[in-house]
Design a protein around this ligand. Structure first.
Ligand SMILES: NC(=O)c1ccc[n+]([C@@H]2O[C@H](COP(=O)([O-])OP(=O)(O)OC[C@H]3O[C@@H](n4cnc5c(N)ncnc54)[C@H](OP(=O)(O)O)[C@@H]3O)[C@@H](O)[C@H]2O)c1
Length: 288
């Protein structure tokens, strides 16, 4: 089977490409630019994959508040064009989305299922929710995978690394760290997410499926575990989202249930502390 991966140079894309079976075609913005709709159908025509996995996104969450058009151009209208082109080419679209489609239900305390009503609290979340709808509306055979808090050894190019690397770098500089303790979610290792996406493709899954590492934590608790496992003594203080003062609101609770993933016959990713340990081991062995 021919499988194309858009966003192949990104953090998730780089972990996904080697985990897919068959003929895998890595695509970057130079091949297909979601912000330039005229590049989309010609690129699909050239490649003609059976499946296209879209790992590309405008994912600058705070910047999106000031630049909604840029976020929507990629995450919503670009995905709409991509979904249309995929339908014309007979290509199944597998699209990656986010827990930030939730957040409006601030009192939530139990893991969110795919049928729970979304309610984004940021421009980024809204643009990604629109992208989910256009991907699914184009063809019921398409698959949308929602995930959360990604970190992988390749880092998010546009964002300059990932949360784990930021924590270790700042602590290594001997600086104090103030990390939010009122956002609960599940940091997810891209290698494990990539395995699950590959499994969902093999299983022929469609519709909407949540995939994250197991369990949940606040970002403060995640940071504390990073330092514990890495053996780093850090000056770490819990703060509120209000004290942190980011431009975009984030969900106070966006833990996703993996039940539908398991029902599709794909093993749920390991618990987040185990995934973190695997990440810390992998980063030590990563080629420079
Ligand atoms: N990172 C997270 O914490 C997180 C959490 C939940 C969900 N997600 C979702 O997971 C997916 C993968 O995220 P990631 O962390 O792997 O992101 P990433 O490392 O930043 O990679 C995103 C890729 O998208 C490409 N891209 C950006 N704009 C593009 C455009 N207009 N046309 C074509 N390609 C474009 C980027 O290419 P350039 O290098 O050329 O910009 C980059 O290679 C995204 O859908 C994201 O919304 C991420």
């Amino acid at each position: 089977m021919r499988i194309a991966v858009l966003g192949a140079a990104g953090q998730l894309g780089r972990d996904l490409v080697p985990r897919l079976a068959g003929e895998v075609l890595p695509l970057t913005r130079a091949d297909l630019d979601l912000a330039r709709p005229e590049t989309i159908a010609p690129a699909l025509d050239r490649v003609r994959p059976a499946v296209l996995v879209n790992c590309a996104a405008f994912n600058f969450v705070d910047k999106a508040e000031a630049e909604p058009d840029a976020a929507f151009a990629v995450n919503a209208w670009g995905v709409r064009e991509l979904a249309r082109a995929c339908r014309s080419a007979g290509t199944k679209l597998v699209h990656v989305s986010t827990d930030y489609v939730f957040g409006l239900d601030a009192a939530r305390t139990t893991p969110l299922a795919e049928d729970d009503p979304p309610g984004p609290v940021s421009v980024y979340g809204l643009s990604k929710l629109a992208g989910e709808y256009v991907a699914r509306a184009a063809d019921p055979a398409n698959l949308v995978v929602r995930t959360c808090g990604l970190y992988g050894v390749w880092g998010s190019g546009g964002k300059g690394g990932n949360f784990v690397e930021t924590m270790l770098r700042v602590a290594g500089q001997g600086k104090p760290l103030r990390v939010v303790h009122d956002q609960r979610c599940t940091p997810t290792y891209t290698a494990d997410l990539a395995d699950a996406i590959a499994g969902l493709i093999r299983a022929g899954a469609s519709g909407l499926v949540h995939v994250t590492s197991g369990g949940d934590c606040s970002w403060y608790e995640f940071a504390a575990e990073i330092f514990r496992q890495a053996g780093v003594a850090a000056d770490l203080t819990p703060i509120t989202s209000g004290e942190f003062g980011a431009a975009a609101r984030r969900p106070g609770y966006s833990v996703l249930s993996n039940a539908r993933l398991v029902a599709a016959g794909v093993p749920a990713p390991r618990p987040w502390p185990e995934a973190l340990a695997a990440y810390l081991a992998e980063r030590r062995n990563k080629p420079a």
